[in-house]
Design a protein around this ligand. Sequence first.
Ligand code: 13P
Length: 336
Amino acid sequence: MTELNKIALQIISNGKGILAADESNGTMTKRLDAVNVTSTPENRLLFRETLFSSESMRECIGGVILFDETINQITSSGKSVPDLISSTGATPGIKVDTGAKILANSSEEKITEGLDGLRERLKTYYKLGARFTKWRGVYSISNKYPSELAIYSNAHALARYSALVQECGMVPIVEPELLMDGDHSAEVCLSKTSEVIKRCFEQLIFHKIDLTGVILKPNMILAGNQSKNKISNEEVSKKTVQCLRDSVPNEVPGIAFLSGGQSEIEATKNLDLINKNNNTEFKMTFSYGRALQQSALKKWSKNNKDIKDTQITFNHRAKMCSLAAQGKWSNELESK
Ligand code: 13P
């Protein structure tokens, strides 16, 4: 077993998943504005520190993805944020892309940037304690999109990113996200997601990536949020497993889904059924942002001194996601 494979498995095994707390300052400001909290570095740290020092970190969270600001912050106890995370047994990770920009010659699509100077930035993050990283490619679905140009250029960037990350001794999370915006059917989501994932792995293989040291972070297979033909949770899970079985090489140790705008319960229920129907060798877990933090953020915004209550809310969500990652979640456990 290589060191990278060991790190990947440690993050996603035994019912553990990933807390995606890597919202950029812009995105975090939107989240805080929505609950009437002023977005300052202190408030952003206070909320995140509350989550990172919760009890469920030990049992349910294998890794936390941080944003550049957060990985450099010092917590109230004097520990750095990565040290606080490591002290719970979870692995600190870092978002290293610099965001999605308009793709030249296909102006309605995006290309993710951040390769310039990446090798040096990675060394700094490694010294700060990061052992895995994230890069998100984003694709929209419509009759003409994602275009060949968007599929190829994002796959190429994801592969070059992964090569630099592994060179630096860290595990790359490869995140190709096909957005749920639109009125497309689940079948269309399935065929386009399969194509994007296959093309990403073609590039990863071309760039000589050790696939045993990669975590894939895909979207689930859903009908578009404007579609009149929604499918059941059971169908979501079956299509999602089918997509991954057909498009992900067997060497990849695991898959950690994004929640992508699903509610907390939807994202939990779908993950649970995915695991109940998982007929692959891949570990299937969560790497949720909104679907892990939404309720906790609401609770915290009412009284940010009430750390206990926020942690109780977060612990419940993390526990439910962890049960779902083992196919052991149920409605009864949810409402207990
Ligand atoms: P959501 O689970 O809120 O989609 O966020 C996950 C993520 O990291 C998106 O890049």
